[in-house]
Ligand binder design. Structure first.
Ligand code: CU
Length: 377
């Protein structure tokens, strides 16, 4: 049966009416609360301090400590879902679906053992059903089945961050709406730091002077007969055409932080020679390969787990679709660095590139221009 995407109105109807997506289209995804069975273990939060985390737009991270002492905390935050039109490249617009209005969504930062208590709000001005599936959590489709909210609703999820690392989260409202919402921008990441901080490959403590979060997004923007990118009035109006492009698996744009060129020029990441920078890179849907042109990944947590020893001195590192990875680099030379997806077609023709502007003095021992370009002698 060939589905007619254009007939689909609201996501609730889609999830319930298409047999081929039924394996991920339970009633729970259609807005009904999941029935939790017998409880074998009660949560153990009595006496824990409760703090509120203020989320900030990427590439920045919320204020946080790298090493913590004492008991775990309950870290609470509110995340508002925002459906809005976004310009993802010059004169190219999409009906984006976002957490907190940004792509990627804000990074959450907690420590292993903390409890994350997330209030997910879907304002009545929105048109779609949404939820949140956090790869750092355990059970109920990553929390997706407990957080499905229609416009005008909110839900609160608390989960125990038992595994350290960097993890993707994304909307997963059921059936074909899952990829549609993810490639419409609805994804972000959470960093769960070990309580005693990061360690190098030999187990020695390491720290970062600053950290940046780069969220890579693949977009599938429909074009008209003349090749012009189409613009729509709502996510449901864009849906049918967008599915046709999605099924080609060929994104029309790839962005680092929501728009081609978003992290360049005045908005470039910055560092000084001698500073150690942690780059956290997520891709919720599609594989990527990160490369810092002119630099390295001194320590790279491929796959995102801080429970594993980091790889050392990498030139490029993969980020599998559905994961985040972290890389620590201490800058040794000043200048402008390009931080790219090293499929260079994707970087340069589709947009998956950013800049790091580094100040400091040049090290001639590391590199020297012996003869400037000139006529061959
Ligand atoms: Cu959604």
């Amino acid at each position: 049966m060939k589905p007619s995407y254009k007939k689909w109105g609201r996501s609730i109807i889609v999830a319930a009416s298409l047999p081929f997506v039924s394996f991920l289209s339970t009633a729970s995804f259609a807005g009904e609360a999941m029935e939790i069975g017998e409880i074998g273990v009660e949560s153990n939060i009595a006496g824990l301090e409760r703090v509120t985390q203020t989320l900030v737009a990427p590439p920045f991270l919320p204020v946080h400590e790298q090493v913590v002492k004492g008991a775990p905390k309950i870290v609470a935050m509110t995340m508002k879902i925002v459906e809005k039109e976004m310009e993802i490249a010059e004169d190219v617009f999409v009906q984006a679906m976002t957490f907190e209005g940004s792509n990627p969504a804000p990074m959450i930062v907690v420590h292993e053992g903390d409890y994350v208590e997330l209030t997910l709000q879907n304002p009545s001005t929105n048109t779609m059903v949404h939820n949140i599936d956090l790869h750092a959590s355990t059970g109920a489709m990553g929390g997706g089945m407990l957080t499905t909210v229609s416009p005008g609703q909110e839900a609160v999820l608390r989960f125990h961050a038992t595994k350290s690392g960097v993890f993707v989260y994304h909307c997963a409202p059921g059936g074909t709406m899952i990829p549609f919402h993810v490639v419409s921008g609805m994804n972000g990441a959470i960093m769960v730091l070990p309580r005693d901080g990061l360690r190098d490959e030999a187990g020695n403590p390491v720290s970062y002077d600053k950290a940046y979060y780069i969220g890579e997004q693949d977009w599938y923007v429909p074009q008209d007969e003349d090749g012009e990118f189409k613009r729509y009035a709502s996510p449901s109006e864009a849906m049918g055409d967008t599915f046709e492009v999605m099924k080609t698996l060929l994104p029309t744009h790839l962005t680092f932080n929501g728009k081609v060129g978003a992290i360049t020029g005045e908005n470039a990441m910055t560092a000084r020679v001698g500073e150690s920078v942690l780059f956290i890179h997520s891709q919720a849907n599609r594989d990527s390969r990160v490369h810092l042109i002119g630099g390295h990944g001194d320590l790279v947590w491929r796959g995102g787990s801080f429970g594993d020893k980091p790889a050392t001195n990498l030139q490029s590192w993969s980020v599998v679709g559905g994961e985040a990875a972290a890389a620590l680099y201490t800058f040794q030379q000043p200048g402008l660095y390009a931080y790219v997806n090293h499929n260079l077609i994707e970087a340069i023709l589709l947009g998956a590139a950013a800049h790091v502007s580094v100040e400091g003095s040049w090290n001639n021992d590391l590199m020297e221009q012996v003869v400037k370009p000139g006529p061959i002698k």
